[in-house]
Design a protein around this ligand. Structure first.
Ligand code: DX5
Ligand code: ZN
Length: 233
């Protein structure tokens, strides 16, 4: 089996004074990853619904919304209604993740659940049929620029095994500390959607950084006899 491999730059690391222009720099990406933080679920505060709505009007790529917020059962569907490609909620924040996933899909979005480091996947494995993607955080959520937590690769492997056994078509995303080196390990462990903020935006050559991530992801996946250079959205 070959899986398409997707790169989603996180605009958290981009220039917030010119988000529309920053999105134009990542046209070669598969989607833009947008980190919504509410200063309650995580200590940081970023952007909310009005800014996401504005980004939807100008973005050249689909938006992958990562909601690090409380009250996500209430607010998640509102984000889906903006025309999001996918909406990711944290299972730690949702009171009824099954219903939330259904609400997101009804609103026209793909539904994804995110697991913080330390959150046991096994407790939520029964939700897989309701989902299009699982996000395994490879840092504690809240801030960009942190180091990749290699011990989270075991969780990626566990989710990959469960997805394989289920026969479902689910993507596995990693987010946090992903760069041209760590992407190789993440892909080898079974991830297929790679979020990278600092690694994409820290230099001048954004397109080159995206290409480097694709090369690394392909190398990791091929080491397991898997993967194809995706761009299918
Ligand atoms: C962290 C965010 C990440 C962040 C990744 O809570 O969810 O998406 O932007 O940034 P880097 O790639 O710099 O670790
Ligand atoms: Zn994120």
């Amino acid at each position: 089996m070959t899986r398409p491999l997707h790169v989603h730059p996180s605009i958290l690391a981009s220039d917030f004074t010119r988000l529309g222009a920053e999105l134009q720099r990542i046209v070669s990406a598969d989607a833009a990853h947008v980190d919504v933080m509410d200063n309650h679920f995580v200590p940081n505060l970023t952007i909310g619904l009005p800014v996401v709505e504005a980004l939807q009007k100008v973005t050249p790529v689909p938006l992958d919304l990562h909601l690090m917020i409380e009250e996500v059962d209430q607010w998640g569907p509102r984000y889906a209604e903006t025309g999001a490609h996918s909406v990711t909620f944290h299972v730690e924040a949702s009171r009824d993740p099954r219903q939330l996933a259904r609400d997101l899909r009804s609103a026209g979005s793909r539904a994804a659940m995110a697991l913080k480091p330390g959150t046991p996947f096994a407790d939520y494995a029964d939700l897989l049929p309701e989902l299009d993607m699982v996000l395994v955080m490879t840092v504690e959520p809240g801030f960009g620029g942190q180091s990749f937590m290699h011990d989270q690769l075991e969780v990626v492997r566990e989710v990959r095994r469960a997805v394989g056994e289920s026969g479902l078509d689910l993507a596995i995303q990693v987010d946090g500390g992903v760069d041209a080196d760590t992407v190789v390990d993440a892909a080898a462990a079974g991830a297929d959607v790679f979020v990278a903020g600092s690694a994409v935006f820290r230099g001048d050559d954004v397109a080159g950084a995206i290409a480097d991530l694709r090369v690394g992801a392909l190398r990791g996946a091929r080491s397991q006899g898997d993967g194809e250079p995706g761009s299918g959205r």
